[in-house]
Design a binder for this molecule. Structure first.
Ligand code: ADP
Ligand code: MG
Length: 329
């Protein structure tokens, strides 16, 4: 059963639809990734769910009840943004307690809950510090604790890891997922980073120009993108044919010219290696081949031990029909 329903929601700014007839249902306890390029309407959708934006048409329901005219503070949501928006003059503990004290709770009564939250986000012992005495990742955990202390019905995260460097970002992804599992809170997570969305989410939605492009489990949308846009947005794709089909680089086999072709690889094309890109344990070949859009195909080989081709080598690209996926342009 869904806990939040967004039904046929449209929101216009002038003549431009920031959300164009969007329908999405969020399940209880789900970690839902909302993915799309900058300006595609992700923040507008979160703000509509939160209550900061009133849709021009359509419905938003929490537990089946319409909420378009329920104010933000009565919807039971927690929010975390890219810029942590912590209060600099308050301690970590006071920042976390803020969600409760703003609702009239006495500071003394909030202490046990604040302690629980500090433990949850692994900041025990740091309650008396000021935000500026914490790293970026720690500050983001304070923001998360502040959002969770009210036990929200849904947690809305708008590019929460966007300001962190790659290493810290990956660490925080794991923590965020752990914390979400521990609390079981329904979470809607906005990102423009496809890898992040695919790694973290139970389901993902791709949004483009305010329109929903595709919704599904990460594997499903990665392996079976419906449109050219979805295919290219979710990763690298080799595109060929006048009715476009794609093959993911890891599904494209690269063989020596003249090699015996395994029976399941029913399609073959000739090409020659332009570049071999080593990245630690794997290697990606760029292969010149006119059958593919742009005249270039990418073939990803998992083990660099098999990396036996060099620039200029004549090769065969081969694939099985099940790995070429029809998409609409
Ligand atoms: P995203 O979060 O995916 O980057 P947004 O939801 O912020 O996208 O914006 C979607 C579109 O709506 C953009 O073209 C943006 O310029 C426009 N937009 C968003 N908020 C406003 C606003 N308050 N006034 C006018 N245009 C807006
Ligand atoms: Mg945004």
């Amino acid at each position: 059963m869904s806990i939040i329903d967004v039904i046929d929601v449209t929101k216009r700014y002038g003549t431009m639809a920031a959300l164009d007839d969007v329908t999405l249902r969020f399940g209880e306890g789900e970690f839902f990734g909302l993915l799309g390029p900058s300006g595609s309407g992700k923040t507008t959708l979160l703000r509509a769910i939160a209550g900061f934006v009133v849709p021009d048409s359509g419905e938003i329901r929490f537990d089946g009840e319409r909420v378009e005219h329920v104010p933000v503070h009565k919807r039971g949501i927690g929010m975390v943004f890219q810029n942590y928006a912590l209060f600099p003059h308050m301690s970590v503990a006071e920042n976390i307690a803020f969600g409760l004290t703003v609702r009239g709770a006495r500071q003394a009564n909030t202490q046990p809950r604040v302690d629980d939250m500090l433990k949850l986000v692994r900041l025990e012992g740091l309650g008396t510090r000021r935000p500026r005495e914490l790293s970026g990742g720690q500050q983001q955990r304070v923001a998360l604790a502040r959002a969770l202390i009210t036990r929200p019905k849904v947690l809305l995260l708008d590019e929460p890891l966007g300001a962190l460097d790659r290493r810290l970002r990956q660490e925080m992804q794991v923590e965020l997922k752990d914390i979400q599992r521990e609390t079981g809170v329904t979470s809607i997570f906005v990102t423009h980073d496809q890898e992040e969305a695919l790694t973290l989410s139970d389901r993902v939605a791709i949004i483009d120009h305010g329109k929903l492009v595709q919704v599904g489990a990460p594997r499903e949308v990665y392996d079976h993108p419906r449109t050219l846009f979805a295919a290219q947005f979710l990763g690298d794709a080799n595109i060929f044919g006048s009715e476009p089909r794609i093959i993911r680089p890891e599904k494209l086999r690269i063989l020596e010219n003249g090699a015996k072709i395994p029976k399941d690889l029913t399609q073959t094309r000739e090409g020659h290696v332009i570049q071999a890109i080593y990245s630690g344990p794997s290697v990606t070949y760029r292969v010149a081949c006119n059958s593919f859009a742009g005249g270039i195909a990418l073939a990803f080989v998992q083990s660099a031990g098999d990396a036996r081709f060099a620039k200029g080598d004549a090769v065969i690209l081969a694939w099985g029909n099940e790995h070429s996926v029809a998409v609409t342009s």
